[in-house]
Design a protein around this ligand. Structure first.
Ligand code: HGY
Ligand code: MN
Ligand code: MN
Length: 397
């Protein structure tokens, strides 16, 4: 039997690593001191649970059961401003299910915390490398917004690395997560069994104009990189409207202006351009519009235009058999309060689905908010989710 108190105590203890002063938030980006300290703590917890700890070169932390096992988990790194449950919930729930399954002679369960799911260096970087979609060598050249490379960052936890972890020892993967959106909260439901995860594209775009004096440079002679970003965004909002559905999303979430001073016409703007949809063709049509619009703005405003590496993940379906195991358990623990639903957030499960059958379980996010310190979930809902997960695993025996 799972122990809800032990599970919640572990979850709160994990929150202590990088705990923010605001709400229940955490600041635990990949390879930060807090992230590495949390990974050491997790490794200790895995060992206590009788699991064999292995850390791969990327910094993904595994607690392995003997022989063939079901892999469960998520990530323990956070956004620069993150909630206490995003990722952490899936890792700690996996740990509790592994302990419970051992105690009751259930199916062997291994636990994982993938590294850099939150994309300091890419998009779900740790599981992307582990699944073989991206080589460690190529990943090492990716840099964060401050210009630090992944190779430099992962050196900070090199002493923990034991070697590669062979995926063929796992029969499947299950990930519990908070929904991070408004659906379950609005319908007062407790459980979402995930059917599909959307696809994503993400790249950096740079406009390079002419840095100059903000007092003496006439408006008509300026090559202002901020004005280029502003014009690009306004045009894009209009043009994407013609190809998107209400589920399609796009975001410019990070903008870096150089030199970012009040009395200097900005000479360079580097910004993130991200878009998501469940349909690959639509993602491609959007890319064409994005590149075409950037080119047009660059030509009109005398900008040099360049792009960073194009990162992306394809939309994926969850495994029917594992989904059904979750549905069966949901009918028992949340008879009138569960549904099947797609995921608009990305998850490590997307990458793992290249290697084995995967499934995901959601619990509600209060107010539908996440990637903010305000993110939270009712603890009763966390425990119902844990029970559904544990029963689904037990039924696979
Ligand atoms: O952005 C995402 O969907 C994920 O939380 N990294
Ligand atoms: Mn997450
Ligand atoms: Mn996240």
């Amino acid at each position: 039997m799972v122990d809800p108190d032990r599970f919640l105590a572990d979850l709160h203890e994990l929150r202590g690593f990088g705990a923010a002063d605001v709400g229940k938030g955490v600041v635990r980006p990949a390879y930060s001191e807090a992230d590495i300290a949390a990974r050491r703590w997790l490794a200790g917890r895995m060992e206590n649970a009788g699991l064999q700890v292995e850390v791969d070169p990327m910094g993904n932390v595994f607690g392995l059961a003997e022989g063939t096992s079901l892999l469960m988990g998520s990530h323990s790194d956070s956004q620069p401003e993150g909630g206490w449950l995003d990722g952490a919930l899936g890792v700690v729930a996996a740990l509790e299910v592994a302990r419970a399954s051992q105690a009751t002679g259930g199916p062997p369960v291994s636990v994982v915390s993938f590294q850099d799911e939150e994309g300091r260096f890419g998009v779900t970087t740790g599981s992307t490398v582990w699944s073989g979609l991206l080589s460690m060598e190529k990943a090492d050249t990716l840099s964060d917004h401050a210009g630090v490379t992944l190779a430099e960052a992962r050196a900070a936890m090199a002493d923990m690395v034991t070697g590669q972890v062979d995926p063929t020892q796992f029969s499947g993967f299950m990930e519990m997560h908070i929904e991070q959106g408004p659906t379950l909260d609005a319908t007062h439901e407790q459980i979402g069994v995930v059917t599909d995860i959307v696809g994503i594209r993400d790249m950096k775009i740079t406009f390079e104009g002419q840095q100059n004096h903000a007092g003496t440079t006439p408006m008509h002679l300026r090559r202002d990189a901020f004005q280029a970003v502003s014009a690009f965004n306004a045009l894009l909002e209009e043009r994407l409207r013609n190809v998107v559905t209400p589920q399609t999303v796009w975001t410019i979430g990070h903008v870096s202006l150089h030199p970012n001073a009040s009395s200097i016409v900005p000479g360079r703007a580097v910004f993130s351009m991200q878009w998501r949809d469940a349909d690959v063709d639509r993602l491609t049509r959007m890319e064409r519009i994005i590149r075409g619009t950037a080119q047009e703005v660059a030509a009109q405003r005398g900008m040099q235009l360049s792009y960073g590496p194009m990162l992306g993940l394809e939309p994926v379906h969850m495994d029917a058999g594992l989904q059904e195991a979750l549905c069966r358990a949901a009918r028992v623990h949340a008879p009138e309060t569960w549904r099947k639903m797609p995921s608009g957030a990305l998850h490590d499960a997307t990458n793992v689905s290249r290697l084995m059958p995967v499934a995901m379980l959601f619990v509600p996010s209060i107010g539908g908010v996440s990637h903010t310190f305000e993110e939270d979930t009712d603890e009763d809902d966390l425990v119902v989710g844990l029970k559904v997960l544990a029963d689904a695993v037990a039924s696979l025996a």
